[in-house]
Design a protein around this ligand. Sequence first.
Ligand SMILES: [Zn+2]
Length: 62
Amino acid sequence: MRCPVCNKPAHTRTSRYITQTMKEAYYQCQNIACSCTFKTVESLEKIISAPVSEPSMAEKKS
Ligand SMILES: [Zn+2]
């Protein structure tokens, strides 16, 4: 994600899942003269291709 202020690359500081398909992340701009911090929300838009048989929860964790 690029900084919305100076358009330089920003690094993720921390992120957490809000729901199973939605994640928020906090970013800090790598441009030391800017140092903007901002938050984004990433969410699932569409499943393009789902498995024919859904894997069990045990398989997902391994
Ligand atoms: Zn910046």
